[in-house]
Ligand binder design. Structure first.
Ligand code: PXG
Length: 456
């Protein structure tokens, strides 16, 4: 039996423990991880500051993925940690049902001010997965409130990632994530084609030129099912988890037009594209297409406290809430919706983004980033490089009969050389904090190049 660490000094000692002696690893069931392999050869992180992690060997590891697409302002930023500490000491918890506290209202107000168009209402969740399930429920509730309850179907996209709730894996388009649970997915979901087309678009810089017409695949579903049976279409403006799939020029506009023609809601899952990642506040602003609902999480609190949100257009809130009879209008919510610590982190994070102009900074350094990642063209096994804002991806030729193993080995080689990247299939994804310096771009790409060579 290990002793329970609860005092501040005991927690600090536990965090630093891997430097001397690794903690027992068996009891933790790790998410989306090869548990047995990890526990044989753990990669433990001890602390973080700005662009770097310190690992269990005391090494500095340059963070090429903002943790997991979330630490957009860099690690352990004092204004955010201080805000969390203040909330923890003042109002540790407040029930969000039938009670309120000013931090969640202030954060919603602040978000409404920065959202595009008439997106002006905010529903808080604790994760991206919960934001997705919430958005799907709001879409159903909206059509029901309009007296159009036969709109019950959802449309997702192949290679889409929308988290891990039953709603999210149903509209998501990653077969491996749904396979173990296939007996109980949502029953009325169709998928349209993804936009990844190496034959026409390999080595595109920014948005690829070819593929706007792939949005017309939605017309196929509409013909098969009837446009008046579809509640909502959900897509990521830039698909992240499945390897950085950037929307072709004109694709998202076309999707919007088709949805409008058939009264279908368009949901943008901006869990990774939100908060500056593409060089603009949201994918919606970057690509200038206004969705009806936006799912967000990750960068909302700089990853420091779990929090997600759904942003809704005015008419959606108005229809569901103001159109309802007196009483609870939406039977949905979480114990921790708008949690004081998360809301405090969110407020401090948005201040920091604004004060340091980080979304604009991402746009300003994007050309240097583009040059840096595309310099890997010509390396052995590199079959595509793509980029948008501060996102990059290098796609590798899969080893015959062993998909994913080449990129996995590249990930391990990068970590060994002091750079954290992300592997998905045979794609290496790069999404550094928005505070990255040009020399750090060179370091990430230099190490990735060495790793690709070492694995070849
Ligand atoms: N939607 C999108 C678009 C996401 O990227 C989620 C929903 C789910 O969020 P939560 O907070 O429930 O995990 C995500 C999460 C990767 C990777 O390797 C990306 C995510 C999660 C894990 C790994 O790219 N994104």
């Amino acid at each position: 039996m290990t002793t329970i660490a609860s005092s501040t000094s005991a927690l600090a000692a536990l965090l630093h423990a891997p430097l001397e002696a690794p903690p027992a690893l068996e009891s933790l069931w790790m998410p989306f991880t090869n548990n047995r392999a990890f526990k044989q050869a753990p990669r433990m992180l001890v602390s973080a500051k700005d662009m770097h992690y310190t690992d269990a060997d005391g090494r500095q590891v340059l963070d090429g993925v903002a943790g997991l697409w979330c630490v957009n302002a860099g690690h352990c930023r004092a204004p955010i940690s201080d805000a969390i500490a203040t909330a923890a000491k003042t109002l540790d918890y407040a029930p969000p049902f039938q009670m309120g506290h000013s931090l969640s209202f202030a954060l919603a107000e602040r978000l409404a001010d920065m959202l595009p168009g008439d997106l002006d209402h905010v529903f808080f969740t604790n994760s991206g997965s919960e934001a997705v399930d919430t958005a799907l429920k709001i879409a159903l509730a909206y059509h029901q409130a309009r007296g159009d309850a036969k709109r019950t179907r959802f449309v997702g996209r192949q290679r889409g990632y929308h988290g891990v709730g039953f709603g999210g894996i149903s509209v998501g388009g990653i077969p491996t994530n749904a396979k173990q649970f296939a007996s109980q997915l949502l029953p009325s979901v169709d998928h349209i084609a993804h936009t990844h087309d190496l034959a026409r678009n390999a080595f595109s810089k920014g948005q690829p030129q070819h593929g706007a017409e792939l949005a017309d695949d939605l017309e196929r579903v509409i013909t098969e099912r009837g446009g008046d049976t579809i509640a909502a279409v959900i897509v990521e403006p830039v698909a992240g988890s499945t390897g950085v799939l950037i929307p072709p020029v004109g694709y998202l506009d076309r999707l919007r037009k088709i949805c409008d023609a058939h009264g279908i809601l368009l949901i943008f899952d901006e869990v990774i594209t939100g908060f500056g990642r593409t060089g603009s506040a949201f994918g919606a602003t970057r690509f200038n297409v206004l969705p009806d609902l936006i799912c967000a999480a990750k960068g909302l609190t700089n990853g420091a406290v779990p929090m997600g949100a759904v942003f809704a257009r005015h008419t959606i809130y108005d229809t569901v809430v103001n159109g309802a009879p007196a009483g609870i209008e939406l039977f949905h919510g979480y114990t921790y919706s708008g949690h004081p610590l998360a809301a405090a982190a969110g407020l401090a994070t948005l201040d920091l983004y604004e004060r340091e102009g980080l979304f604009q900074r991402a746009a300003d350094v994007a050309p240097a980033w583009e040059r840096a990642v595309h310099a890997l063209r010509g390396r052995k096994n590199v079959i595509d490089i793509r980029n948008i804002g501060l996102v990059g991806a290098v796609e590798l030729e899969p080893r015959e009969g062993k998909p994913g193993t080449r990129a996995w080995d590249v990930f391990l080689e990068c970590f060994k050389r002091g750079v954290l990247v992300r592997q998905t299939g045979d794609i290496i994804a790069l999404t550094p904090p928005l505070i990255i310096e040009p020399s750090q771009m060179q370091e990430i790409v230099g190490v990735l190049g060495e790793a690709i060579d070492a694995v070849a």
